[in-house]
Design a protein around this ligand. Structure first.
Ligand SMILES: Nc1nc2c(ncn2[C@@H]2O[C@H](COP(=O)(O)OP(=O)(O)OP(=O)(O)O)[C@@H](O)[C@H]2O)c(=O)[nH]1
Ligand SMILES: [Mg+2]
Length: 255
């Protein structure tokens, strides 16, 4: 199914998915080299009632077409949302989460397209939703790790950025900026997706904060982060600055 947002004609429908239980939501911008491998690995898990929502922002490398081809081979369990132009991963996740909820998903998994989040952890992260509302994939819990190839500077930047955000926002989880999460549908309904403000990477901590503020049961699941092998990171100084400044404001205003 294909849905075009942002002025274009709407094609397809997000309702009527047969027995959708787990929706994996993936935002993409120039991930044509990674998306087919990610979907192949997820298919191989053979999870009952697994479906996909890919949100592509008109990637110049043709990721949108790649996603449409993958969807055509998985009719009724693969939705592609095409948006016009790069609008930030936060807004892409919000659009994807809403579509997954509309489609009736019971559990929602968020993960990057770049294979940094190991697919093998997905079944455990869904299973843990039996006792939790939200499961956060954690690089900083015992048993978790960052890519062993990271330089000293990159490790320190990530660790201190994470510590800084935890401190500013009073977050209890160890990995405040994780982009690998699973939710019960009720958790996403409770935090209120329309209240999410941050367009870029800061979205990750904003959602974690919203979950904590909403009194949801949060569990951290350790995992080993792997650096992307193909494509380029979309992280910029502007996105990092937006994260710190907006997260501080959100905390000061109490959301
Ligand atoms: N739809 C959409 N997806 C985006 C946008 N920016 C990033 N993404 C996707 O969001 C995911 C995370 O982006 P990355 O560039 O890997 O950022 P990151 O994981 O924070 O940074 P690295 O660790 O350097 O890879 C990937 O699947 C991207 O393709 C955007 O503006 N729109
Ligand atoms: Mg990445």
């Amino acid at each position: 199914m294909t849905l075009t947002q942002g002025g274009g004609p709407e094609r397809g429908s997000v309702t009527g998915w047969g027995g959708l239980r787990v929706a994996v939501v993936v935002p993409t911008y120039n991930e044509a080299q990674n998306l087919p491998e990610l979907i192949a690995q997820l298919d191989a898990l053979k999870v009952d009632g697994l479906g996909y929502v890919v949100v592509d922002d008109g990637s110049p490398d043709g990721t949108g077409d790649v996603a449409d081809t993958l969807a055509a081979a998985r009719q009724g369990r693969f939705l592609v949302i095409h948006r016009k132009g790069k609008q930030g991963l936060g807004t892409a996740y919000v659009a994807g989460f809403k579509a997954a909820l509309d489609a009736g998903a019971e559990f929602i998994v968020e993960m990057d397209a770049d294979l940094s989040h190991p697919v093998s952890e997905v079944p455990a992260m869904v299973a843990k939703l039996k006792e939790a509302d939200v499961v956060i994939g954690s690089r900083y819990r015992k048993g978790g790790s960052v890519d062993p190839g990271w330089s000293f500077v990159r490790k320190q930047t990530s660790a201190w950025g994470n510590r800084g955000i935890r401190l500013i926002m009073g977050l209890k989880v160890k990995d405040a900026t994780s982009g690998f999460k699973s939710f019960r549908r009720g958790a996403l309904e409770k935090i209120g997706l329309d209240t999410v403000k941050i367009a870029g990477y800061g979205f990750q901590a904003e959602v974690t904060y919203a979950c904590q503020k909403s009194g949801l049961r949060i569990v951290e699941h350790p995992y080993a982060f792997i650096d992307r092998k193909a494509g380029k990171s979309k992280m910029t100084m502007g996105i990092a600055f937006e994260a710190f400044y907006r997260l501080t404001l959100i905390h000061l205003r109490g959301r």
